[in-house]
Ligand binder design. Structure first.
Ligand SMILES: [Zn+2]
Length: 301
């Protein structure tokens, strides 16, 4: 793909911003944001515009109706018994609890409520990975802000809360599960020239939710499955847009795109080709020598 977009390209700046804004977090004014509960239980924060809320509700309804026949290796990556709607909903709702809009201000809604010597229950220590890098040339599709806040708290030995969807949640695990809509979700990440409410675009969006959900997993150095820097020879050379995990977010992306394509019944050739192009892009992000990583999420007791 010649065009450049990144599912979570802005994360490093995000973390830098969090660091800079830490002192202003305590005691800032809060506006309660009401939530909309979807049929599968994921809450859409009041910052999600109504038209986008309807589309995401459609996407999640489509997810619950899926029944895909997939390979055993695909089942292994997601660690599910099947790609039935109920199994996929279960997988996603374990990792994503809230979706917030592009305008959601995490700095305003987050609070530091105490200090803690972070001693998460860690299962293993794997490779050193880095955070996600901001690239102005890349378009953000979605960001898992819950896992970013978890990393921030862990790095600073602070306990954070976040007000989201009319609730206050404690950030004690990468599975806090708050993902934010990026500017490209309803534009770049779709079939060019088609409406946002087509079946093809709905299924393509679902692949992003699954990518973000994988960022709610992991422990130790690999907590949140951060992306790796792409080598110089790569289309995304120098950007944190690759994975060194063969069960990481981009592999999840490519698996979902390949299988969701088969659910795109009656879709046009252009739509099918878009699935394939996005899948090829995701597959290109997997670095040579990638290995399976432990998905078990660490947790602050
Ligand atoms: Zn990502």
């Amino acid at each position: 793909m010649a065009s450049a977009w990144s599912v979570c390209g802005i994360m490093k700046n995000f973390l830098i911003v969090l660091t800079l804004s830490a002192l202003s977090l305590m005691g800032c004014n809060k506006n309660s944001t009401s939530g909309f509960s979807t049929k599968i239980g994921i809450v859409l924060d009041g910052s999600v515009p109504e038209d986008q809320r309807d589309l995401i509700d459609l996407d999640l309804s489509n997810l619950s109706r899926l029944n895909l026949s997939v390979s055993s290796s695909d089942l292994q990556v997601l660690n599910v018994n099947s790609f039935s709607g109920s199994d996929l909903v279960g997988w996603l709702t374990t990792r994503v609890h809230f979706i917030v809009g592009e305008d959601f201000d995490y700095a305003e809604q987050a609070s530091i409520v105490g200090t803690l010597s972070y001693r998460p229950q860690i299962f293993s220590s794997t490779l050193l990975d880095d955070d996600f890098l901001a690239q102005n040339s890349l378009v953000t599709i979605m960001v898992n802000i819950g896992s970013a806040l978890y990393r921030y708290g862990k790095n600073n030995s602070e306990v954070l809360t976040l007000d989201v969807g009319g609730q206050r949640i404690y950030v004690r695990s990468p599975r806090v599960g708050v993902i934010q809509i990026g500017e490209g979700l309803f534009s770049s990440w779709s079939v060019r020239g088609t409406s946002s409410n087509t079946l093809a675009n709905s299924l393509i969006r679902l692949s992003v939710f699954f990518h973000e959900a994988r960022h709610s997993d992991g422990n130790g150095d690999n907590v949140t499955f951060p992306h790796a820097v792409c080598p110089d020879w790569h289309d995304y050379g120098g950007n944190y847009s690759c994975d060194s995990s063969s069960n990481g977010p981009y592999v999840v992306d490519s698996i979902m795109l390949r299988n969701l394509r088969s659910a795109c019944v009656g879709c046009s050739n252009t739509e099918i080709q878009t699935f394939k192009a996005f899948q090829a892009d995701a597959e290109s992000r997997l670095l040579p020598g990638s290995t399976y990583k432990d998905i078990r999420p660490e947790q602050i007791p």
